[in-house]
Design a protein around this ligand. Structure first.
Ligand SMILES: Nc1ncnc2c1ncn2[C@@H]1O[C@H](COP(=O)(O)OP(=O)(O)OP(=O)(O)O)[C@@H](O)[C@H]1O
Ligand SMILES: [Mg+2]
Length: 256
């Protein structure tokens, strides 16, 4: 079953087509990067996948996530982990890193007077450890660094063993060491069988496990191809509208 099956998807805002007739299929295991300049529609596409927003429905379209046309939030959460700024803003700053993760089992961001059950506690701690932030469990989420908070947010998403993880600009605001660590972690997650979908404007987020590249430009699919075909100097210059230098080293790409 495909994770994403979109055909002729359009999103209208202020009478403008911020996404225009997008066709996109993402198969299980088809790790994908959605690449494009600022304002090209990447976050809008991610929000469609997570069902935060819906497409324009006056034209025929296909809009399926995990083969379903309609979703309830709880069912989706079990299959799909989401890491984005809009998710980060939902997290309560006055709770510990452990609570940030464990509260997801109760569909909230604050445990108040509730005590987590054994299974939720174990899964949350496993997930924090997997993300190398187990030692931060008792620290307030507002008092850890941006990179650490990002890891905790990913731990929250992974605690439910999702089939797919969607990340919107995951390395924004991370320093170069944190970016390196992050890439290694993403590779680890992908090797664990989770399908990774990353929206980004930078090639540094395109980890070696990414198979497919979807290029978005002005709300339209500019190119959708396997990585080797997609990441060429000519395609990237067309996408970003400037001259670029492109290099590749053991599956890691760099654009200047
Ligand atoms: N709610 C909204 N109302 C009006 N315009 C919107 C809305 N949401 C997005 N847009 C516009 O749609 C376009 C695409 O926005 P989107 O956030 O998807 O781009 P993006 O590719 O994620 O950009 P960035 O790299 O800056 O994150 C932009 O021009 C944006 O201004
Ligand atoms: Mg964006």
């Amino acid at each position: 079953m495909n994770i994403i099956e979109f055909k002729n998807i359009t999103v209208l805002r202020n009478k403008t087509r911020i996404l225009d007739g997008v066709d996109l299929t993402i198969v299980s295991g088809g790790n994908t990067a959605i690449l494009g300049p600022n304002g090209s529609g990447k976050s809008t596409l991610i929000k469609l996948m997570t069902r935060e927003i819906y497409p324009y429905n006056m034209e025929p379209n296909t809009f399926e996530v995990f083969g379903e046309k309609v979703w309830d939030v709880l069912a989706l959460r079990g299959k799909l982990g989401i890491v984005s700024d809009s998710m980060a803003q939902l997290v309560n700053p006055d709770v510990t890193c452990f609570e940030t993760v464990v509260s997801s089992f109760y569909n909230t961001t604050n445990m108040y007077d509730m005590t987590a059950d054994k299974k939720a506690t174990e899964k949350s701690m496993d997930s924090l450890e997997f993300m190398d932030v187990g030692h931060l469990k008792n620290r307030f989420i507002s008092e850890v660094s941006t990179g650490e908070a990002r890891r905790v947010l990913i731990a929250r998403a992974l605690a439910h063993n999702p089939k797919a993880l969607m990340l919107d600009e995951p390395t924004n605001a991370l320093d170069i060491a944190a970016v390196h660590k992050f890439r290694a972690t993403m590779s680890k997650i992908a090797k664990n069988g989770v399908t990774v979908i990353i929206a980004t404007h930078t090639l540094q987020d395109v980890i070696p496990e990414i198979k497919n590249i979807v290029m978005l430009k002005e709300g339209k699919i500019f190119l959708n191809a396997v990585k080797k075909q997609a990441l060429t100097k000519k395609n990237l210059e067309g996408l970003f509208g400037i001259k670029v230098e492109l290099s590749e080293d053991k599956g890691h790409y760099l654009m200047k």
